[in-house]
Design a protein around this ligand. Structure first.
Ligand code: DGJ
Length: 725
């Protein structure tokens, strides 16, 4: 709910349990932030931000800068005296970099729709506030957009900047969100990683000055993630004040906190200003993309569940968002590049006998792609491997009762490819400098319309050639050597963002022209696991590390923000290809169950014992997937913290059913059983353990806990399914 107090000029944005309040300083017309936190009654909290009227510039002109450098601005600008991190920075024709924004008007809109083709949250249960600010010197209009959800404790922020003057302006920074907090001693949680180790949780106290995470790789990256949380030091899964921030974007981002001289912090989030410059011609406008804010006064768990609900209900659009995904078997770890129709059909035959529902043909089916050194860009079937072409293979797979999915990496070109030989200048490069290769490939300059149109035609030709029901869209290298024949000196600073917009354009075409398609994004594992991609694909490949034990931390870090239904997770072969570790097949199944669930192994060659377990795992998936996909997720224990065991549970929205997963990762001599306290149940209801028949009241399960017997061996797991009437 959004309200405006016209007498006191205060805006109050209420979600079910949170309030966000800011207002207009009457005489100065500055927009000042007052409060964000647990829902409060009334709106007059101006005293928190403006304790001394006499400091206002209108009353104290001689010390304007002292005010500007301390005031909690709703949207701070660079160049006029606020020396903390700005959200907006604009250069005029003469090169002066300064902007000062004053309140002009506002509008409240019922319902939230997505503008254009760019990702964003939507919903009839949300309202939108647009506050118009103006810089009269630059003739610049800035519209601050707030999406306020009435069914989930989330507020979205974005900014539109319009040049109303008759001279061009240059934007050097347009962040989506700035939030000045109070002066509590916060800690900062971020997600870091590497290839095969994505989204590891990192927590540290705030220090004075600048800190944060960012990407300059043109993609979200394995290394850092556009998520950040400020938490009070007492924060656990269940307790503490938590402010969570996430950026709905898939390119260079910057997420920062600046702790100032008086212990107040400023959080900023948006497109990375490094490598960004946007020429704004007279009459033109720029959209910052959306950032999400979530507040929880019940610890990290509550924040997580809010993000999950928001993304499941108000971001993911796919027809699959509320549907069970077909259980797939992917041939990457089974065959790598060494496959043909016969091999794939033998996998499909065995898979169909075991209840698997879709075959996904990964990298290696096109051009002369016998290894990863060549052929990207040549999206025509390799008939040596697949005689009869794609159609024959897909028809045969369909005859076996399986759907068919395909891998593509549309943004790339190999130097050894027909496409590159025909259009060497289509690769991103700087004239006169040899562009660097990564995995022996270049990135196509999708900011050029002819390259984008060619890429789209290639994708479409593949899609139209057979009954393809799933696409894995991969992206295996970062962007570097930024140059483009399509952008002159004045517009080159727009490259990174234009690249992301081009990827969105292609994915938008794909999902609108093939509306029943199941799209899974991927980037060398999970380097593009972000809300921008979720808007197009309901699931994203989480990591190339399919080792079940490693997956515990990767999936824990991913699930801190993203719903389980979005995490691409497969049972793969052992010894694991990344780590060489062997984990029992049953445990691999239990851990993959927490994601989309599928297989990535040569089903014709795995041990008989494992093969025999697949039908049971298929049954397990069908039994529990509705619950896992739609329920509330609670993190109960983390092996990252205790070194021994890991546990999480999913509770049905009506609280009458739950599934607990427990993994004893590292066995230690100890005769006492593990004890786990559950969450989210109805205290006075009697829950029955389906396996043992034992009954427990919800409050006993939540306060005293359940016991789990020690396993013999490492990486052993159990599922506990409880239900009440
Ligand atoms: C990286 C992906 O993460 C893998 O799953 C696989 O598709 C390879 N690329 C194929 O090149």
């Amino acid at each position: 709910m959004i309200s405006f107090n016209s007498e006191k000029l205060i805006f109050k944005l209420d979600t079910p349990n949170t309030s966000y309040v800011f207002g207009v300083e009457d005489k100065d017309k500055y927009l000042i932030h007052y409060y964000y936190g647990k829902r409060i009654s009334g709106d007059d909290v101006r005293f928190l931000a403006v304790p001394d009227e006499r400091a206002l510039p209108s009353l104290n002109k001689r010390d304007k800068l002292s005010f500007l450098d301390c005031a909690p601005y709703e949207y701070p600008t660079k160049g006029v005296g606020d020396f903390r991190t700005p959200a907006l920075s604009v250069k005029n024709e003469k090169g002066n970099e300064a902007a000062e924004l004053f309140y002009d008007s506002h509008k409240i809109i019922k319902g939230k729709t997505v503008k254009g083709k760019l990702p964003g949250t939507f919903g009839e249960t949300a309202d939108v506030l647009e506050v118009v600010l103006k810089d009269p010197v630059l003739d610049l209009t800035v519209i601050l957009r707030y999406g306020v959800f009435n069914d989930v404790d989330a507020i979205t922020r974005s900014v539109i900047v319009k040049n109303e003057s008759d001279k061009p302006l240059t934007l050097t920074r347009v962040l989506s969100l700035s939030l000045d907090t109070d002066d509590r001693d916060y800690e900062l949680i971020t997600l870091y990683g590497s290839w095969a180790r994505e989204r590891t949780i990192d927590r540290k106290p705030l220090r004075h000055g600048h800190q944060g995470v960012s990407s300059m790789r043109g993609i979200t990256s394995h290394q850092e993630h556009p998520f950040m949380a400020l938490v009070t030091p007492d924060t656990t899964q269940r307790t503490g004040d938590v402010y969570g921030f996430n950026f709905v974007y898939s390119g260079n981002f910057d997420a920062s906190v600046y702790l100032n001289q008086f212990n107040f912090s400023r959080v900023t989030l948006g497109i990375n200003p490094e490598g960004f410059e946007w020429k704004l011609d007279p009459g033109a406008e720029f959209d910052s993309q959306e950032a999400v804010m979530v507040f929880s006064d019940e610890g990290l768990g509550r924040m997580t569940r809010t993000f999950h609900d928001l993304y499941r209900n108000h971001l993911i659009r796919s027809p699959y968002k509320n549907r069970k995904r077909p259980i797939l078997i992917n041939n990457w770890e089974a065959t790598y590049f060494d496959f043909n129709t016969e091999k794939l059909l033998s996998i499909a035959k065995q898979a169909s006998k075991s209840g698997i529902e879709m075959l996904v043909m990964d990298d290696g089916w096109f051009g002369n792609r016998f290894d990863d050194n060549r052929a990207l860009g040549d999206w025509n079937v390799n008939e040596e491997k697949l005689p009869g072409g794609l159609k024959y293979l897909v028809d045969e797979v369909n005859k076996l009762g399986l759907k068919f999915g395909i891998w593509m990496e549309p943004e790339m070109v190999s130097p050894d490819s027909d496409l590159y030989r025909a259009h060497p200048d289509w690769a991103i490069q700087i004239e006169g400098r040899e562009a660097g290769l990564a995995r022996n490939q270049y990135v196509l300059d999708l900011t050029r319309s002819e390259v984008l149109e060619h890429t789209w035609r290639s994708i479409k030709a593949v899609m139209d050639s057979a009954n393809i029901e799933y696409v894995k869209w991969d992206m295996n290298r970062p962007l570097a050597d930024i140059g483009s024949k399509g952008l002159d000196k004045e517009h080159l600073g727009e490259f990174y963002h234009r690249y992301v917009l081009a990827v969105y354009e292609l994915q938008n075409r794909l999902v609108t022209q093939y509306p029943d398609l199941l799209l899974e994004n991927c980037s060398s594992g999970g380097a593009r696991f972000d809300p921008g991609m979720l808007y197009f694909s309901p699931q994203i490949w989480c990591s190339d590390d399919t080792d079940a034990v490693e997956r515990l931390s990767i999936q824990e870090g991913t699930a801190i923000v993203y719903p389980l239904s979005s995490m691409g997770a497969h049972v793969s072969d052992c010894p694991n290809h990344v780590l060489g570790r062997t984990v029992p097949f049953e445990t691999r199944g239990h851990i993959a169950l927490a994601g989309t669930f599928g297989y990535e192994l040569d089903i014709t060659r795995i041990p008989e014992e494992d093969k025999n377990m697949i039908p049971k795992q298929v049954e397990m998936y069908h039994k529990y997937n509705d619950l896992v996909r739609e329920g509330d997720y609670f993190r109960l224990a983390s092996v990252r913290e205790n070194g021994i065991y890991d546990s999480w549970m999913v509770v049905k929205k009506d609280k009458k059913e739950c599934l607990v997963t427990f993994v004893g990762v590292m066995n230690r001599p100890n005769y006492k059983p593990f004890k786990i306290r559950l969450e989210g149940l109805i205290p006075d209801k009697l829950y029955k353990d389906e396996d043992t028949g034992k009954e427990y009241y919800g409050d006993i399960l939540m306060n005293a806990g359940i016991t789990i017997n020690r396993f013999h061996g490492d990486a052993r797991s159990a599922l506990i399914h409880l239900k009440c009437e």
